[in-house]
Design a protein around this ligand. Structure first.
Ligand code: SF4
Ligand code: SF4
Ligand code: SF4
Length: 344
């Protein structure tokens, strides 16, 4: 384990154990080792001794904010759908948060999905998480038995090979274009600040924008062609807490449920627009996809548009409303097509 990861792992274990022992939090949400290499899984510690299982490394790719709304509700006394939230102090949740996860927590605060008073946030700066699909591509399809992370390298081994690769070369695309790796809100900070800032955060989008309309449509259709509509991308997303998602509704049925190209395209376009002005480019959706679809680029394009049109980035300020849920008379409206009367 790298020196930085060891320091952060120890910090998380110690603070989580302290918070659980003192009763300040009822549960603590972090990561533990998964069952296969390069896979960590979210874990809810309920006893101080559980905190020893927490781990931190470059494979913490799921966004922990995703679990907060339901975890907080699970700690409340049972109540009916229309009953008010019970009065009085309710149990708190401790959670680890990087730059993008902390911004998703801010979005959830803006959208009244989490109560800041019930969270104890342990901020960790991200060095960029690793894309396991990129690592697997480097092994030529050979099975990976073990991955050891150093400060700047990954040592990979299988039954008949060993390989050392540069860590940054396999970091996820969203992390490489990140401009907010340090947590924006936290109660305690573990490990060093990152201060890393991508030079051109929208470079991937500019390549697609430079295409003709026909080329873009062909790129989009090709990108989603292998989608199996498993919804792992939606389920991994901290913005997707709707009690009934539009894809699951049958009355009315907003979108067909097949893998017909039209149904699939509609699913992706609608989901992306639901995330406009809210997405933090955390990359959890893309990491969860079993088919390697780069659906993050759809939301990244909308992130760019919202930034250019409204000058707003998601989740930086808990006191403002996301641009698409509020209205200003001087909002840009160049995209509105007004058909004048008496014109052909
Ligand atoms: S895709 Fe849209 S409707 Fe479905 S859970 Fe996400 S935000 Fe809600
Ligand atoms: S759409 Fe993807 S990148 Fe954006 S917040 Fe959701 S999981 Fe993260
Ligand atoms: S996770 Fe991938 S395959 Fe599953 S619905 Fe999303 S894009 Fe399609």
């Amino acid at each position: 384990m790298s020196h930085t990861n060891a320091e952060i792992t120890e910090g998380i274990r110690a603070k989580a154990a302290e918070l659980l022992s003192s009763g300040e939090v009822a549960v603590f949400l972090g990561f533990i080792e998964g069952s296969i290499p390069m896979t960590l899984r979210p874990f809810v510690a309920r006893r101080p001794e559980d905190a020893e299982r927490f781990v931190w490394n470059s494979f913490c790719v799921m966004n922990l904010a995703n679990y907060l709304p339901s975890l907080l509700k699970s700690l409340e006394p049972p109540r009916g759908l229309r009953d008010p939230v019970p009065a009085g102090p309710l149990p708190k949740v401790g959670v680890v948060a990087t730059g993008c996860w902390s911004r998703n927590i801010v979005v959830q605060m803006q959208e009244r999905q989490v109560d800041r008073k019930r969270l104890v946030i342990l901020g960790v700066s991200s060095r960029g998480m690793v894309d396991r699909k990129k690592v697997m591509a480097m092994t030529g399809g050979r099975e990976i038995f073990k991955v050891e992370e150093g400060e700047h390298t990954l040592k990979i081994s299988g039954s008949d090979y060993g390989l050392e690769i540069d860590r940054w070369s396999v970091v996820r695309d969203n992390c490489k274009s990140c401009v907010h790796p340090d947590p924006v809100i936290f109660d305690y900070k573990i490990g060093p600040d990152s201060n890393r800032k991508a030079d051109d955060r929208f470079a991937q989008i500019e390549v697609i924008e430079a295409m003709t309309v026909d080329e873009r449509w062909a790129w989009f259709k090709n990108e989603i062609a292998s989608c199996i509509r498993c919804y792992a991308c939606r389920n991994a997303c901290p913005l997707c807490y709707c009690p009934t998602c539009f894809v699951d509704d049958s009355r009315p049925q907003w979108v067909g449920k097949s893998i017909d190209p039209t149904d699939t395209a509609l699913f992706h376009i609608l989901r992306a627009f639901h995330c406009a002005g809210r997405c933090t480019d955390c990359g959890a959706c893309e990491s969860a996809c079993p088919m390697g679809i780069k659906m993050r680029l759809f939301t990244k394009k909308l992130e760019k548009d919202v930034f250019e049109l409204f000058g707003v980035e998601a989740g930086l300020d808990p006191l403002i409303q996301p641009p698409l849920v509020t209205y200003r008379p001087d909002d840009p409206q160049g995209f509105v097509i007004i058909k004048e009367k008496n014109k052909a």
